[in-house]
Unconditional design. Structure first.
Length: 293
């Protein structure tokens, strides 16, 4: 992680030649979760009925704005923000940087946290992300729902960032940047090999050492500029077909009906296995199975 507190002018100047090489401005997709925002350490803080929720949704919006600012400085002329937490109605529209368009609420489709993405985008940024279920020293770690104990695809354990990266890879779009706790930054480096990361907090069990919100935003802005200025170094995340998804759930009410989903085999007490030659079929199956097909 590059802990840069002041955006280097040189990075902004270097972005112009990259934009010129592409012949147009960058089109950037930003998927924003909430558990990975600096200061967040408890479920109450990310739940709509929590007394501190309104405060932390402001911080979520500010970290999103920092990413937008960095993207614009690096040459982005079209920016789409996908509110990806809980109700998908968390980011405060009036406080969001006006250069971005905001996707709110869920459509019910399998794209979920990546809804709105297509092959026209140049890069994806993850803000406020968290580690997969069962990760030690991680903040509010889970994978989509509390019912998912583990999901692996072709033997690779997946956090939400990995699943979403596979969706982006389907559209040939690279993941360039992630901000969240240190655990998800480390997991993304393991998965993608090369990605710009900013850890806004370090977990200590269920506690965390957090950066001041203004410092976190400065780090995110600088990190996004660094990532998009050197965008050519990133490759779309793809696994080789055929695909095998092994999903471990913890509720019989979802495991039992899940075994009847077309192509699924119950391979353990709490385990469902699904195989396909198409990654988006796997993504759809995961969306169905985790919620009790």
């Amino acid at each position: 992680m590059k802990r840069v507190l002041i955006v280097p002018l040189l990075l902004i100047l270097l972005a112009a030649p990259l934009q010129a090489q592409r012949g147009r401005g960058l089109k950037v997709f930003i998927s924003v979760d909430m558990e990975g925002v600096t200061g967040v350490t408890h479920w109450e803080e990310v739940s709509r009925d929590g007394k501190d929720y309104d405060y932390f949704r402001r911080l979520m919006t500010f970290e999103t704005n920092a990413a937008i600012e960095g993207a614009a400085a690096a040459g982005a002329t079209e920016i789409v923000v996908r509110d990806s937490h809980g109700s998908a109605r968390n980011i405060l529209p009036d406080l969001l940087d006006r250069r971005a368009r905001l996707i709110r609420n869920w459509s019910g489709g399998p794209m979920s946290m990546m809804e709105g993405l297509d092959e026209s985008f140049d890069a994806v940024l993850f803000i406020g992300y968290h580690a997969r279920a069962g990760t030690p020293d991680a903040l509010l770690e889970h994978t989509m729902t509390g019912n998912v104990m583990n999901i692996s695809i072709n033997g690779m354990p997946m956090p939400e960032a990995g699943i979403n990266a596979l969706i982006a890879g389907h559209f040939d779009v690279p993941i360039a940047f992630v901000a969240g706790d240190r655990a998800i930054c480390e997991q993304c480096l393991e998965l993608f090999s090369d990605i710009e990361t900013v850890a806004v907090k370090d977990g200590i069990g269920a506690a965390a050492i957090n950066y001041h919100p203004e410092v976190a935003c400065e780090m995110i802005e600088a990190g996004v500029i660094e990532a998009l200025t050197h965008l050519d170094r990133f490759e779309p995340y793809e696994l080789r077909a055929p695909f095998t998804m092994v999903l471990t759930l913890k509720e019989e009410t979802t495991v039992y009906p899940g075994q009847y989903y077309p192509g699924v085999e119950r391979t353990g007490d709490w385990e469902l296995t699904y195989r396909s030659d198409e990654i988006m079929d796997v993504i759809l199956a995961f969306a169905k199975l985790r919620s009790g097909y």
